[in-house]
Design a protein around this ligand. Structure first.
Ligand code: ATP
Ligand code: MG
Length: 285
């Protein structure tokens, strides 16, 4: 029977969230500490544990059919593969940083300077877009120490909070790419593998939607029902059930994370009481 082969990071920032996603998709995969590969027991999936940098190449070469990797790596490696789905974790940005005391006034600041980075392709593209010529020093790690040891005047590195930069006397001045983990696939998958991929994608999308939504239950005085229902988007329209206490109803609906607090405040102001918010495990619309 055909199995889909997926490459995920062996260890590092994307490992746990990648494993968690598979688990939430109902796919049982034993953890791969010291293992190179393993098979799911209840889904036609074989899991390879790899260095994240190698995943685009393996997927292009069809050593793996699909993979989970950061967009930063996908665009740096520039392989002939297809991004299928953004996964919503591993969020970070690739940014230019300079010494805290420097007056950065735009990309022209970098003219003639040395920039240390692990992302030479993306930095080169950024410089060209801005008509700046600078000297790119490719190094494989600890980029943030480069200015301190006299290797470069600026760096371009991944940032999430900025605390690593700060500790090294640097400041972030120019984000050049927003990144998150994505699912990528080989460009020449046969029909059997495409079918498995679509099954997996269906589950991933249900998990993603559930993560972005909350189930909400509240009590409303009947005279306020109309206004409260107007505030709730819901998948179709909210469920309204009479409460044992006369003149009151229970209202059930689904709210997305980004509109959540705003709507809760308005619901309270409109007279909603006993508001309960419950996580959703899967959501199929
Ligand atoms: P590997 O051993 O697999 O090569 P690595 O050291 O290259 O691992 P990690 O540091 O584990 O890579 O980061 C993997 C990915 O996590 C990055 O490519 C990026 O997409 C994402 N990421 C999210 N936040 C950050 C961050 N603050 N710093 C670095 N990477 C981040
Ligand atoms: Mg790596």
């Amino acid at each position: 029977m055909t199995k889909l082969r997926i490459g995920i990071q062996k260890s590092g920032r994307l490992h746990e969230d990648s494993m968690k996603l598979l688990k939430e998709c109902g796919i049982d995969v034993s953890n791969g500490v010291n293992k190179l590969k393993t098979e799911a027991s209840n889904f036609p999936l074989e899991v390879f544990f790899l260095r994240d940098d190698d995943i685009p190449q393996y997927v292009e070469d069809a050593v793996a059919d699909i993979g989970i990797v950061g967009e930063n790596v996908v665009y740096e490696k520039n392989k002939r593969i297809t991004v299928v789905e953004k996964l919503g974790f591993g969020k970070c940005r690739l940014s230019v940083a300079v010494r805290k005391g420097d007056d950065y006034d735009g990309p022209a600041f970098l003219e003639g300077k040395r920039i240390a980075t692990t992302y030479p392709v993306l930095v080169d593209r950024f410089l060209k877009e801005h008509g700046v010529s600078a000297d790119i020093h490719e190094i494989s790690g600890s980029v943030e120490i480069a200015p301190g040891i006299g290797l470069a005047e600026a760096i371009c590195d991944l940032v999430s909070s900025g605390s690593t930069l700060f500790m090294n006397g640097l400041k972030e001045v120019h984000p050049i790419l927003q990144s998150q983990a994505v699912l990528v696939r080989n460009n020449g998958l046969d029909q059997d593998r495409m079918d498995i991929l679509h099954k997996l994608l269906f589950r991933i999308q249900a998990v993603k939607k559930a993560r972005n939504n909350k189930y909400i239950l509240l009590n409303a005085p009947n005279e306020q029902l109309e206004e409260i229902i107007r505030l709730l988007p819901g998948m179709k329209s909210p469920t309204v059930l009479p409460l044992a206490e006369a003149g009151w109803s229970s209202v059930h609906s689904v709210l997305s994370e980004n509109e959540f607090w705003d709507i809760i405040e308005k619901l309270k102001a409109a007279g909603a009481q006993g508001i309960l918010v419950v996580p959703i495990e899967k959501m199929i619309v």
